[in-house]
Every structure is written in C-alpha cells, then in structure tokens.
Design a protein. Structure first.
Length: 281
C-alpha cells in the first residue's frame, strides 16, 4: 500500500473579508435615497458682500482717528493705503443700536446717532431712532436722546452731523430734512436762534446730501457717490467730484495724482465712518 500523503488537487481560495459591500449604483432622478439628509441648523446666512469705499453711497461719515468705518471698517496706513480687509463694526461698538443715521467725533468722543428703521417704528417705542450713543474709544460712556440736546420731539431722525472748524470751538452741526441746528460744546445744548434753513447758509450743497465730514480743516459733503468741498470764505460748494477721486487709496485718485490734475485727500491718520445706505434701510 502507498502510505505517502496525497497532494491536494483543489485550487486555493483567496482570503475574503468577513463582509463585502457591493458598489452603489447611480440612482435615477426619480429614485428615492436610502440616506437621510444631513441637517445643519447652525449654518450662518451667506455674508453680505463687502462694500467698496471707492464706490459706495455714504449714509454717515465721521472723521474719527485712524480707520475707515462702515458697518464695516478698514484700517489705514500712514501713507493713506488700506492695510487690511474690512471687519464688522459690531466688533467695536456693540452697544449701539443700528441702523446709524449719523456719526461724528467731538472732543475725543464718538457720537453715533441711531436711525429709525421700519421695525423700530412698528415697535411703538418713542425713543427708537432718537438715541445718541457716546463712546470713548470702544467704551460706552453715556446715552442721550435728541431732546437732551434741545431738539424738538417732532424730529424723528438725523440726516447728517459734523463739526466745523470755521469756529475755534468747532461746534457740532445737526441736519434734518431742510433745517439745521448748532450745538454749543460747553452746554451740550442747541444754541439760541436755531433751527435755521439749510438752503440759506450751505449754498451749493444738494438737498439729498446724506453725510458730511471735516478733514484737514476742510468740510466735505457727500451725495451718493459724489463729494462736495465746501469753501468757508465764500460759503459755497466747489464743483462736485466722485468719491473715487477724493480718497487717496482709490485707483482713480491714484491715477489723477500721478498725472497731477486734481488734488485729493491724502488720508494721513484719518478715520471715516461709512454707513452704506443699504444697511440703514
């Protein structure tokens, strides 16, 4: 008898994993999925596109220190060039209610005049839209109303506000629709003899002007994408120029400066608060 072991003639089987999964076939458009959709309840809304300070319509402008502000703000280098992308204004003045109708700096304090949106009107609060938030840097130091300054209760919102170096004490001027007030710095109250009609004093400024700022001892008014330089001596506005011609960091202004045609603001250590109209309505 042959006692040698036989060699197996079976073909060896490859090692397979304990479970296998067939590839998923593509589904037709009408075939339901066997997976539940993933729900993301905390996904933030799409961000609002960043405004362009060279093209935007200004709703409030104020010369305040060394940055350009909007509901966004830009930091400016000493050579007048924007040094970073805009950040949201709420990172600075969280206590202020939006929208903002006007903004100004006076005696190193920042005044933000709260606007009156439709939702504020529906709230039934008589003070909504009439509040003034006063900051020292980022610190809220006080909150007032328009009537605290001496304006009548009939005034519901401010069109623009600025300080003017025509007077040594640089008083604050407040505009509504067709009238303006001057606020005495010492008393913090509207001066006797106001309001006065805008058209009787501020010649050449369009009725729709929505912002103003004094920079380098020059007063500028803004209407849409247009800027008006106000001449103190003859009390009238110069021919308008575009905002892109005014600011040093805008491409148009850079080109004009290199050709030596139109002078423009260098923006050395200036802060401008720019509240774009779309954010206040």
């Amino acid at each position: 008898a042959d006692h040698h072991p036989r060699k197996s003639t079976d073909t060896p089987r490859p090692h397979l994993p304990s479970t296998t999964r067939l590839p998923t076939l593509p589904r037709g458009p009408d075939q339901p999925s066997d997976q539940f959709p993933t729900i993301h309840p905390d996904i933030p809304e799409l961000p609002i596109p960043e405004p362009d300070p060279c093209k935007s319509e200004y709703d409030a402008v104020a010369s305040i220190r060394q940055e350009i502000f909007d509901k966004w703000f830009w930091r400016i280098r000493q050579d007048g060039v924007l040094s970073q992308s805009p950040r949201h204004i709420n990172t600075l003045w969280k206590e202020a209610a939006w929208p903002i109708d006007a903004a100004v700096e006076s005696d190193h304090q920042i005044y933000l005049f709260s606007g009156m949106s439709e939702s504020y009107q529906l709230s039934g609060d008589d003070h909504c839209g009439k509040d003034i938030y006063i900051f020292n840097g980022q610190h809220l130091v006080s909150k007032k109303t328009l009537t605290d300054l001496g304006l009548p209760t009939s005034v519901e919102r401010i069109r623009l506000v600025y300080t003017w170096n025509y007077w040594t004490e640089r008083p604050m001027y407040i505009w509504t629709n067709d009238e303006f007030w001057r606020v005495d710095k010492k008393s913090g109250k509207v001066e006797i003899g106001y309001p006065r009609k805008i058209a009787s004093t501020w010649h050449g400024i369009p009725e729709q002007a929505s912002a103003a700022v004094t920079y380098n001892n020059v007063l500028y008014f803004f209407n849409g994408e247009t800027a008006y330089k106000f001449h103190t001596i003859n009390m009238t506005a110069a021919p308008p120029i575009t905002i892109s011609q005014l600011w040093h960091f805008c491409p148009v202004a850079m080109k004009i400066s290199s050709n030596g045609y139109v002078p423009h603001i260098s923006l050395l250590a200036v802060i401008i608060i720019v509240i774009i109209a779309v954010f206040s309505h």
